[in-house]
Ligand binder design. Structure first.
Ligand code: PRP
Ligand code: URA
Length: 209
């Protein structure tokens, strides 16, 4: 489980309880998804490499550190992953953004791809795939495979909520990928929903139900 990072900071737990509450409306749900993405981004970027640089402060020269190495891209899985984009951009405003459109067939629970657009230099970037929900893991596993097809070597997956089944699926298909989650729930129900979960993240972000 060393590739699974459960970020159980009190602020994340508090905000997640707001998302779980069925009485939380669209506006607040959207805002809190974004805030959680910002807090998770802080942790998921903890290992970014630094380089020493010299700057002139108003007082003296200082050797300080700036982010170096490969640049970052984020890839939200449409639709629900879009809700996490602004929260990431708050901390790393210059990241490039690729998009993968997937929906889960309600009968088979298999992901169906309907859109894909990546930055042209994606192969030179480290990538964080974003999706609030990791249920069966089919969507995340497919999204990671698509990103790998572009030649990306270093991929992280960021989900707000995961089921054990989804974590197991991604670890089996992509053992190289670090997974960042705010909580791991008990199980999936017969419809592939996370229990207790928070319902359908895309519908709650976009108010489509
Ligand atoms: C949801 C969610 C994930 C997927 C998770 O998307 O946002 O992408 O289901 O399920 P899985 O782990 O079993 O694949 P959905 O298919 O509902 O599409 P949406 O984001 O457009 O609502
Ligand atoms: N997708 C969601 O949005 N919620 C779930 O519980 C499972 C898949």
């Amino acid at each position: 489980m060393e590739k699974v990072h459960v970020l159980d900071h009190p602020l994340l737990q508090h905000k997640l309880s707001i998302l779980r509450d069925e009485s939380t409306g669209v506006k607040e749900f959207r805002e809190v998804v974004s805030e959680i993405a910002t807090l998770m981004c802080y942790e998921a970027t903890r290992d970014l490499p630094l380089q020493a640089v010299e700057v002139q402060t108003p007082v003296a020269k200082a050797v300080t550190h700036q982010i170096s190495g490969k640049k970052l891209a984020i890839v939200p899985v449409l639709r629900a992953g879009l809700g996490m984009v602004d929260g990431i951009l708050t901390l790393v405003p210059s990241v490039k953004v690729g998009h993968i459109g997937l929906f889960r067939d309600p009968e088979t629970l298999e992901p169906v791809k309907y859109y894909c657009k990546m930055p042209t230099d994606i192969s030179e970037r480290d990538v964080i795939v974003l999706d609030p929900m990791l249920a069966t893991g089919g969507s995340a596993s497919a999204a990671i495979s698509f990103v790998k097809e572009y030649g990306v070597k270093n991929i992280k997956l960021m989900n707000i909520l995961a089921a054990p089944e989804g974590i197991a699926r991604v670890q089996k298909d992509h053992p190289d990928v670090d997974i960042y989650v705010a909580a791991v729930d008990e199980k999936l129900n017969d419809h592939g929903y996370i229990v207790p979960g928070l319902g359908d993240a895309g519908d709650r972000i976009f108010g489509t139900k």
